[in-house]
Design a protein around this ligand. Sequence first.
Ligand SMILES: Cc1cc2nc3c(=O)[nH]c(=O)nc-3n(C[C@H](O)[C@H](O)[C@H](O)COP(=O)(O)O)c2cc1C
Length: 338
Amino acid sequence: MTHLFTPLTIKNMTLKNRIVMPPMCMYSATEEGMATDFHVIHYASRAVGQIGFIVVEATAIEPEGRITTHDLGVWDDEHVKGLKWITKQIHANDAKACLQIAHAGRKSRATDRPKAPSEIGFEGYPTPSALTVDEIKEIIEKYRQAARRAKEANFDCIEIHAAHGYLIHEFVSPLSNTRTDQYGGTQVNRNRFLYEVIEAIRSEWPLELPLALRISAEDYIKEGLHPALWAEIINGIPHGYVDIIHVSSGGLVKVPIDDYPGYQLMFAKKIRKETHQIVIAGGLIEDPVMANGVLESEEADLIFFGRLALRDPYFPLKFAQRMRYDLTWPVQYEKSKK
Ligand SMILES: Cc1cc2nc3c(=O)[nH]c(=O)nc-3n(C[C@H](O)[C@H](O)[C@H](O)COP(=O)(O)O)c2cc1C
């Protein structure tokens, strides 16, 4: 029976367990988007703690695509050195490293003139300017360059951030995209930006390497996106281009979300069933028994633990103890193993 410590191979990447650290912005980069000592310590600690798959926080493909002026960046070749330093430490502790590449779109606080598909602001944010087709093409090229840099920095996987109301999500959703050109007007056109971003990334990121897509499967508003539509959008991606769907929810519009342990699981289950993709699920899951239940019942293939990983980098060691699973501890800490 599959459990949290069952390995999983996805293309050329073998994860030693099913425990995922989801991307979490630390807003601790320099104003030039460079990684700092903090990032290396932060990610290495989670790898020492035996998280198998570490998704490094939203990392901007251009300065105007940052959420804040202290986001990590991957828009310049100069960023590669710091990112490589992070992957080296993750790899040294036998975990796999994934880089979430992102553009904040209309939710950028790093620029006075945020860019978006249409001039529709997010509540409490300035009205963005609508991207021209030439600007859209330039952004797609920046995703391609970001993928090249992620490869140079030795990441095992790239995750495209298409969730939480940021640029790609804004293109896909009818609530934030009212364009009438080839990037809007119909769902097929609204999906075009995402598909072109994937194509561009794949021109630098070989098919034998895994590519993940993070989505907000549910917008929590009737006129927005829902899991069945996302499943259709995912099924429209050329076979083998995307290998992992990382299911989150919300963020496009300000609406109250009733969250409770596992509140996003039903979305993950539906996406998995309708796309046959490898799915990462989570959301307020902090209990290994619950996580094992999700894996056993094949609702998802991997489980993410976000805030738990911030609170306790070593939680997988405790999970193993609780499950009476004989986990190999980091050699330096073996004497403390109970
Ligand atoms: C401090 C913080 C920063 C986050 N940054 C990102 C991010 O960069 N990209 C992303 O897709 N989600 C981000 N998230 C959402 C998390 O990845 C995760 O989906 C969320 O915390 C719910 O999981 P949890 O209940 O296990 O914490 C962030 C969450 C937190 C708490």
